[in-house]
Design a protein around this ligand. Structure first.
Ligand code: 6R9
Length: 658
């Protein structure tokens, strides 16, 4: 490192606040700091600004209907279609030739769709689905990787008013079955396989295995042929090849079905405290208005942009910020099938340079990996097209933030650290890139119109510097409406902790810890429930535990998250073998396999530690905190409240020798 670089590095390491660059502010969509007051003084009507970004078939009568709290309704009386808003209206406005989706496969092949072409594809597939019998309100499951047919199928469902339920392609067969059963979904779109690090993965066999676990009849399965000759497969009687099927409907037009603002747009399953994943329900008007508004205000998107969010559409980030938000605004959205280090560790920067990407949105886990690989990789490319960077999914440490700022953004791009959840539909806590000072490590203030607070166990706001819990004390348009077919769980999971029903005060609890500073900037400290965040993916420890205790030879297990340099957190399993079994390599492998089978490779344990006992409190509860500290290599706190303190040293010693 040259003397000059070293000085720069040292300055950056100490700097705690960063102003948005002038060049960015000059062109930003939102630059007036008065927007916070404007929204507050005019709440909830301020949200009309979001609704105004959409085209409505029937205008709404009421912005917020809070007649049945906390089952809030937004833009009631309004009618619209999400696929019309993401496609037709741009074509009608003369943008038929603007690129909507630019896709790149892992092997380097590309496919690009203008708004006009995407509309045609979506209409044809909508006609196809209708031909198969899909009607308004039927839930269609999409078990697809990052190929263009995924957004096409989502928008085709939206066109018909059939809610989609996208299941992340990396999830296991069991996970597919659980989700199809929970949603009573009779239609499935899947594919033969896809590429990962150059290998062709067989997705259809996994799909078929999943279908065996579906407890109702699945009328039709559409199979996209992604791999061509790289994988031979034969289709069952109810399975149809995508290309052959759509050829029958080629060129057909399908009118977008007008949906009530409160009609369901999609379901998205996410992990919670118990073993059963939660079906988060999002609706058409509020969700689309909220994702369009936040894409405009926070990602600063305009139709002219080439924007890239490197998430997978199988998660909420991809739904909101690859598909619905950017397409509602008429932006060009880049989509990449593969991994960032294939064929080499500069793959993403090569794409940024070639496509002229100007806004880039990724996860801290990816940034930590880039950092580990070194700045030589981005330096091989001209990244000067970039003007704004974003992160999402987990807390970002200041060192990674600064690396991203310097080596990717060249100190010219603001960074938005956006806190939100599957349940919130869109961003909630983040700086506005053309307005606020940035503080690395802190997400920022709540967005205008969002009443997020940091409170103590009683719900009182904490003093600056104190740790507490995030709550959201007013509703917002992008919020989940309920958990599918489970209003009770919706109430108990999110509204029980802090609401005062008698006083009619309803407070949403996202189950995240946080602290707040004198300027009202919120630093997220992580989940306070049994959910862990591995590489930005939410995993329920209970789901993993139930897989492990299902293994023959394992009597009891506890699953916790431990610190991990790149992944943020990693999965650690502590298990007690049954009497006649040894905690040996074979049992460990069976435990690993059980997790892979029930959830998928993202949940693969970093380590399985066998122990004759688990540390328990006198009342018999497993002391997970202690296991977390062991997994993270932290100093162990007081163990005197344990019924069996001696077990702790045994486990710790074993972790060290493993
Ligand atoms: C969008 C998404 C939600 C959980 C959330 C929190 C964590 C997300 C974050 C963040 C710190 C950020 N999280 N963004 N933590 N800083 N900028 O990730 O949704 O998969 O539902 O996860 O992710 O713990 O509660 P989801």
């Amino acid at each position: 490192m040259s003397q000059e670089d070293a000085t720069l590095e040292a300055r950056l390491a100490e700097q705690e606040a960063f102003e948005p660059p002038e060049s960015f502010v000059e062109q930003a969509n939102v630059t007036d700091p008065g927007i916070y007051d404007e929204f507050e003084e005019n709440w909830p009507e301020c949200w009309e600004r979001a609704a105004d970004l959409l085209s409505w078939d029937e205008s709404y009568d009421t912005v917020l209907d809070d007649g049945n709290e906390p089952f809030y309704e937004w833009f009631t009386g309004g009618e619209l279609n999400a696929s019309y808003n993401c496609l037709d209206r741009h074509v009608e406005d003369g943008a038929a030739d603007r690129e909507a989706i630019k896709w790149e496969g892992e092997l380097g092949e590309t496919r690009s769709y203008t708004y006009g072409e995407l509309l045609e594809e979506v209409e044809t597939f909508a006609a196809t689905l209708r031909g198969l019998g899909v009607e308004e309100d039927d839930v269609v499951t999409l078990y697809l990787p990052m190929i263009p047919e995924l957004p096409i199928a989502m928008l085709a469902c939206a066109r018909l008013g059939a809610p989609h339920s996208v299941v992340f392609a990396g999830f296991s067969a069991d996970a597919l079955a659980t989700r199809m059963n929970s949603a009573d979904s009779e239609y499935l779109v899947t594919c033969d396989g896809y590429y990962r690090r150059g290998d062709a993965l067989d997705h259809l066999s996994k799909t078929n295995e999943g279908l065996e676990g579906v407890d109702h009849e699945v009328s039709d399965v559409v199979v996209v042929d992604r791999l061509g000759d790289d994988l031979d497969h034969s289709l069952a009687d109810n399975q149809r090849d995508y290309d052959e099927l759509v050829a029958e409907y080629d060129g057909e037009s399908v009118e977008p079905v007008s949906r009530d603002a409160e009609d369901m747009l999609f379901l998205m399953y996410t992990s919670g405290t118990t073993g059963q994943p939660k079906g988060v329900k999002h609706t058409t008007g509020g969700y689309l208005a909220y994702t369009a508004w936040t894409s405009r205000a926070v990602l600063d998107l305009e139709p002219e942009d080439t924007y890239w969010c490197s998430a997978d559409i199988g998660w909420i980030t991809g739904h909101s910020y690859i598909v619905y938000g950017p397409l509602a605004l008429g932006t060009t959205s880049v989509m990449y099938e593969g991994t960032p280090d294939y064929p080499d560790k500069d793959r993403l920067w090569e794409i940024v340079e070639r496509e002229g990407v100007d806004v880039f949105y990724t996860a801290p886990t990816a940034i930590r990996a880039f950092m580990k690989w070194g700045s030589d990789y981005p330096e091989q490319h001209d990244l000067s097209s970039l003007r704004l960077l974003g992160t999402v999914g987990e807390p970002i440490n200041p060192r990674a933030w600064k690396w991203y700022y310097k080596h990717i953004g060249d100190e010219e791009c603001p960074i938005v650290d956006t806190w939100w959840q599957t349940e919130t539909g869109g961003m909630m806590i983040t700086t506005l890139p053309g307005v606020n000072t940035m503080k690395p490590g802190s997400a920022g203030p709540p967005l205008p119109g969002v009443d997020a607070r940091v409170v103590d166990a009683q719900g009182e706001e904490v003093d600056a510097g104190q740790a507490g819990y995030v709550t959201v004390n007013k509703p917002w348009p992008g919020m989940l409406r309920t958990l599918y077919n489970n209003d009770e769980r919706f109430l108990s999971e999110y509204w029980q902790e802090y609401s005062d029903e008698d006083a009619d005060e309803w407070v949403y609890f996202p189950e995240d810890g946080a602290k707040i500073d004198d300027d009202g900037y919120i630093t997220i400290l992580g989940r306070v429930d049994d959910v862990i965040n591995v590489s930005g993916h939410r995993l329920g420890t209970m789901e993993i535990e139930s897989a492990v205790v299902g293994v023959d030879g394992i009597a009891e297990a506890a699953v916790v998250g431990g610190d991990h340099e790149v992944k943020g957190e990693a999965v650690y399993v502590y298990a007690i073998p049954e009497d006649d079994y040894e905690g040996d390599a074979e049992l460990e492998e069976r435990a690993m396999d059980a997790v892979l089978d029930s959830i998928g490779p993202i949940a693969k344990p970093e380590d399985v530690v066998f122990t004759p006992e688990l540390p328990k409190t006198r009342s018999g509860k497993i002391m997970r905190r202690l296991l977390e500290d062991i997994a993270s290599g932290n100093e162990l706190g007081n163990t005197s409240t344990l019924r069996n303190p001696e077990v702790v040293d045994d486990i710790a010693a074993q972790v060290e020798t493993d």
